[in-house]
Design a protein around this ligand. Structure first.
Ligand SMILES: NC(=O)c1ccc[n+]([C@@H]2O[C@H](COP(=O)([O-])OP(=O)(O)OC[C@H]3O[C@@H](n4cnc5c(N)ncnc54)[C@H](O)[C@@H]3O)[C@@H](O)[C@H]2O)c1
Length: 320
C-alpha cells in the first residue's frame, strides 16, 4: 500500500485514477481547486464516492500556492500523480496567462516541493498537442516538438522540459505522459465528443472542421489511459526522465466519430463545416511502442466499443 498525491483528482481523468488507486488499497491525497473552467458541481460528483473512503483526503487548494503545496508534500507521499492543470486548446488562446500560471507555475511548485521533501517519483500529464502541426504518422517521442500551435501546448512542453531538469539536478524519477484526446464516462463537457452528443440529442447544428475526412484524432478510451497512468506510477522508480505516448494508435476522422455517435444516440446530426481554427492541429496519431516497451501497455478499447460506453454514460446523465 502506498500514499499517492493526486493533483486534479476531482477532474475527468484524475477521478478515474483515484477510483482505481483506492480500489487497490492505496491511500490518496487529492489536491484540486474546483475551478470554474467547467461546472465544479460535476467535479464534486466525481469525488462523491471517494469522500466515503477512509483512505482518501481532500485538500481544496491551488497547485500554484507554494505554501499549501509545501505543507501537503511535507507529508511525504510515496509518489505524485500530477494531473491538475488548465486543459483545452481554444480556451488557452483566450487566457494564456492562466495556462502559464496553472500549468507551468503549478508544475514547478510541485516539483520544487517534491525535491525539498525528497519525494522522488512524479508522473504527470502532458499532451499530444506538443506535436503541433506534425503530419508524419505516427508521432514518436523522438519527434521534433518545438513548434507548439497553442499556448496550452507550449505550457505542456515547458513542463516536460522542467521535468527533465529536475531529473538532472535532483535525480528525481519523472515520467511525462502524452495523452491523446481521452474520452469516456465523466468526459469533460468542453470536449468535442460531449458537445457533438449534446448537439445531436438536442437537434442543434454541430460544427465539424475541414471539408471532408482530413481532421483526425487518436481518441483514447479513459480506461486505457488510466491503465497506462497506473503502469507509469508503478514503474517510475526504475526510470530517470521519460516521455511516453498514451494513445489509441488508430486515428479516426471526426466525421467517422460523429457517425458512431449518431448510431449510438439513434439520431442524425445536423452538420456545419468550418475551417480548422488557429491553435488546433490537423491530426494526432500515437506511436505507442515506447509505452509497450517500458510499461507493457497497449490500448485495448476499439473506438466503436468505447463510444458505446461513453453514450451509455452520457444518456444516464441526461436522465438524472
Ligand atoms: N482529457 C484529455 O483529452 C487530455 C489530453 C491531453 C492532456 N490532458 C491533461 O490531463 C490532465 C487532466 O485532464 P482532464 O481532461 O481530466 O481535465 P479536468 O479539467 O477534468 O481535470 C483537471 C482538474 O485539475 C483541477 N485544476 C486545474 N487547475 C488547477 C490548479 N491551478 N490547482 C488545483 N487544481 C487545478 C481542475 O479543477 C480539474 O478538476 C490535464 O493536465 C490535461 O491538460 C488531458
Amino acid at each position: 500500500m502506498e500514499t499517492i498525491l493526486v493533483t486534479g483528482g476531482a477532474g475527468f481523468i484524475g477521478s478515474h485514477c483515484v477510483d482505481r488507486l483506492l480500489a487497490r488499497g492505496d491511500k490518496v491525497i487529492c489536491v484540486d481547486n474546483f475551478n470554474t473552467f467547467y461546472d465544479p458541481e460535476i467535479k464534486r460528483k466525481n469525488i462523491q464516492e471517494h469522500l466515503k473512503n477512509q483512505n482518501y483526503t481532500l485538500v481544496e487548494a491551488d497547485i500554484a500556492d507554494a505554501q499549501v503545496m509545501e505543507k501537503v508534500i511535507a507529508q511525504k507521499p510515496d509518489k505524485i500523480l500530477h494531473l491538475a492543470g488548465r486543459a483545452g486548446i481554444q480556451y488557452s488562446l483566450k487566457d494564456p496567462l492562466e495556462y502559464v500560471r496553472s500549468n507551468i507555475t503549478g508544475t514547478a511548485t510541485i516539483l520544487e516541493a517534491a525535491r525539498t521533501h525528497g519525494v522522488k517519483d512524479v508522473v504527470f500529464a502532458s499532451s499530444s498537442s506538443v506535436y503541433g502541426g506534425n503530419t508524419k504518422v505516427s508521432f514518436s517521442e523522438e519527434d521534433h516538438v518545438d513548434n507548439p500551435y497553442s499556448p496550452y501546448a507550449a505550457t505542456k512542453r515547458t513542463c516536460e522540459i522542467l521535468g527533465a531538469n529536475y531529473n538532472h539536478v535532483a535525480g528525481m524519477h519523472i515520467v511525462a505522459l502524452r495523452f491523446f484526446t481521452v474520452y469516456g464516462p465523466r468526459n469533460r463537457p468542453d470536449l468535442a465528443i460531449f458537445k457533438f452528443s449534446e448537439g445531436i440529442e438536442q437537434g442543434k447544428e454541430i460544427t465539424i472542421y475541414g471539408t471532408s475526412d482530413e481532421i483526425k484524432r487518436d481518441w483514447t478510451f479513459v480506461g486505457d489511459t488510466v491503465n497506462g497512468i497506473l503502469a507509469a506510477l508503478d514503474n517510475c522508480g526504475k526510470m530517470g526522465f521519460e516521455i511516453i505516448n498514451l494513445g489509441n494508435a488508430n486515428p479516426i476522422s471526426v466525421t467517422y466519430l460523429v457517425r458512431l455517435l449518431e448510431k449510438e444516440l439513434g439520431k442524425k446530426a445536423k452538420i456545419k463545416r468550418a475551417p480548422l481554427p488557429v491553435g488546433d492541429v490537423p491530426i494526432t496519431s500515437a506511436d505507442v511502442s515506447k509505452a509497450k516497451r517500458l510499461l507493457d501497455w497497449e490500448p485495448k478499447t476499439p473506438i466503436e466499443q468505447g463510444i458505446k460506453e461513453f453514450v451509455k454514460w452520457y444518456k444516464s446523465q441526461q436522465s438524472l
